[in-house]
Design a protein around this ligand. Structure first.
Ligand code: ACM
Ligand code: ZN
Length: 554
């Protein structure tokens, strides 16, 4: 099999003119840029005789063959047949699972005028090859509208591709504002199109609990609704409120549907259940889980609340373990995110139960109490065969064994965690928070949380800090863009804030660092813009340059 494959590649290479991979002057339109690509003369033409042969043909591999068949059928009306087969046939597309392909998500795609072959180690690799093919086809494939006389072709090429990082993610906060299932699916679609493989779903917040938990119905009967919301930009004093109740939640059936939809696109959904802070919605529902006993109301302002889960109360741990048990039944992900960020210690300092816990456990202070809290939860989660992720505050007071750190307050937390042998996902706010403005002049922008994170800055971010040795850098699993939804009230604004910055995260997560080039990226973005338009995506089309950095350089 190997010898046959090598000879096919050699024959191809002889007739191929080598061009730089996806650089300026190359009209390719692939984001993320492939690890290696050579472009030749001529095309493969899809016809009504084209078959897709797949080996083995099963429910996993069929997702890719069916997707390709759909893309071709949309504008041409040709129904490509999909059948089992592992031998290339002239005029056909061959998709083969081949254990000799090295990377789990990698693929090798070759196109000649005679046919298309794809070899991948896993079904995910086949899926990514089809996303590449999709981006090489015209935007007309995105809509089920038959265009008379259209001919779909692929340029002759050899692409050997694999990701730089195993974790390539996007986050979405649905606590502050939530989005319909259909728009979450559109979000997942855009992640899949750009070979991102993780959707971090931030499901609980001070401003709303958004996931149905059968054992604790008050979480969604009460905790999912706030009376009103601060209007406009939040001020220190004298805020005005919109006077409109806001709320909602995802039922367990909806959650299952989204997890399945994502899995069909080789995307893992990681749920986040916040603790010990960001818990006011839960405490409004069950005030006995707080230090003071309440009463509380689901938060109407943004920002951090001083009331948090009581770390001295056994009921809190029983409650959270019950919640996590239901969550783990819904989400098969290896990782469960338990938050851990922004937990004020003011209530714990004054609470008899918390102080007794500190004494009984021989803890030094409230920071160690937070560490005790997270360690206990980590023990429970790992007893179920899963691993926790926490924001970088979980380093304070000592990191729980087996915890993976999401470094958001900069890279320092990630560096410290990697140096102590823990895995890290880089999400430094300065580069990866898309709740901030994307142009310096934002008069014509929807209200954002402030800040300035233009596309060029996101694109230029390298998640492997120089402070780490090569060995320590192996602990950097990857990176993620984050969308906090305080100022994202609608699906349209969600898309505007997410794109194209998400695509920059996708390229950093996938493409070898030495091959990244912002000019090339922007050119490809312009080309892909036609596809986003066909898909009806509301993306930011303004200034992609970091104008502030340029001014500072002058
Ligand atoms: C965070 O932005 N509080 C993780
Ligand atoms: Zn307490």
């Amino acid at each position: 099999m190997k010898i046959r494959y090598v000879s096919v590649v050699l024959i191809l290479l002889i007739c191929i003119v080598q061009k730089p991979a996806c650089g300026i002057g190359n009209n390719c339109s692939i984001i993320p840029a492939p690890a290696s690509a050579s472009w030749g003369k001529g095309n493969f033409i899809f016809s009504d005789k084209t078959h897709i042969l797949v080996s083995p043909l099963n429910s996993e591999t069929k997702r890719s063959s069916d997707l390709l068949a759909l893309l071709i059928m949309n504008p041409t009306g040709h129904t490509l047949t999909v059948a089992e087969g592992r031998k290339a046939v002239v005029g056909s597309v061959l998709m083969v699972l081949d254990p000799s392909v090295k990377n789990d998500e990698g693929y090798q795609l070759s196109v000649t005028p005679n046919g298309v072959t794809i070899y991948a180690k896993t079904a995910a690799g086949l899926f990514y090859a089809v996303q590449t093919i999709r981006q090489l086809l015209p935007p007309e494939v995105e809509k089920p509208v038959i265009i008379k006389g259209i001919q779909l072709t692929l340029p002759v090429c050899v692409i050997a591709d694999k990701p730089r990082f195993a974790y390539r993610g996007m986050h979405l906060d649905v606590g502050r504002h939530m989005f319909p299932v259909a728009s979450i699916k559109r979000y997942i679609d855009m992640l899949a199109l750009h070979k991102l493989n993780t959707f971090h779903w931030h499901l609980t917040e001070d401003q709303g609990w958004r996931i149905e938990i059968k054992k604790y119905p008050r979480l969604t009967q009460i905790g999912a609704f706030r009376k009103e919301t601060v209007a406009g930009p939040q001020k220190k004093v004298n805020n005005t409120f919109d006077g409109t109740p806001y709320g909602g939640f995802y039922t367990q059936n909806e959650v299952r549907d989204i997890v399945k939809y994502a899995a069909e696109r080789f995307i893992t959904v990681i749920p986040e259940i916040e603790m010990p802070g960001h818990a006011i919605a839960a405490l409004t529902s069950y005030p006995e889980l707080s230090c003071t006993g309440g009463p509380f109301e689901v938060r109407k302002l943004w920002g951090v609340d001083e009331d948090v889960f009581c770390a001295g109360n056994e009921h809190v741990f029983n409650f959270l373990q019950d919640v996590l048990t239901e969550v783990m039944e819904l989400f098969p992900s290896k990782y469960i995110h338990i938050g851990g960020d922004e937990c004020p210690k003011k209530r714990w300092e004054k609470c008899d139960k918390c102080q007794k816990r500190i004494k009984d456990e021989g803890l030094k202070n409230e920071l160690e109490l937070q560490s005790y809290f997270i360690r206990r939860i980590e023990k429970f989660v790992s007893s179920k065969g899963r691993n926790i992720i926490g924001w970088d505050e979980i380093l304070e007071g000592g990191l729980a064994p087996g915890a993976t750190v999401m470094s958001w307050r900069g890279e320092q937390g990630g560096i410290e965690a990697a140096k102590s042998g823990h895995n890290v996902i880089m999400t430094p706010g300065k580069y990866t928070y898309f709740c901030y403005y994307q142009s310096e002049n934002h008069d014509d922008q929807p209200l954002a949380l402030g800040g300035y994170v233009p596309l060029e800055l996101v694109y230029g971010y390298n998640p492997t800090p120089k402070e780490l040795t090569a060995e320590e850098q192996k602990h950097i699993l990857g990176l993620q863009g984050c969308l906090w939804s305080e100022q994202i009230p609608t699906p349209e604004i969600l898309e505007f804030m997410a794109y194209p910055r998400t695509f920059a995260i996708a390229e950093t997560g996938w493409t070898p660092d030495r091959q990244k080039n912002f000019e090339s990226f922007v050119l490809r973005l312009k080309e892909l813009g036609k596809r986003y338009d066909a898909l009806g995506i509301n993306y930011f089309k303004g200034e992609y340059r970091d104008t502030k950095a340029q001014k500072e350089q002058k």
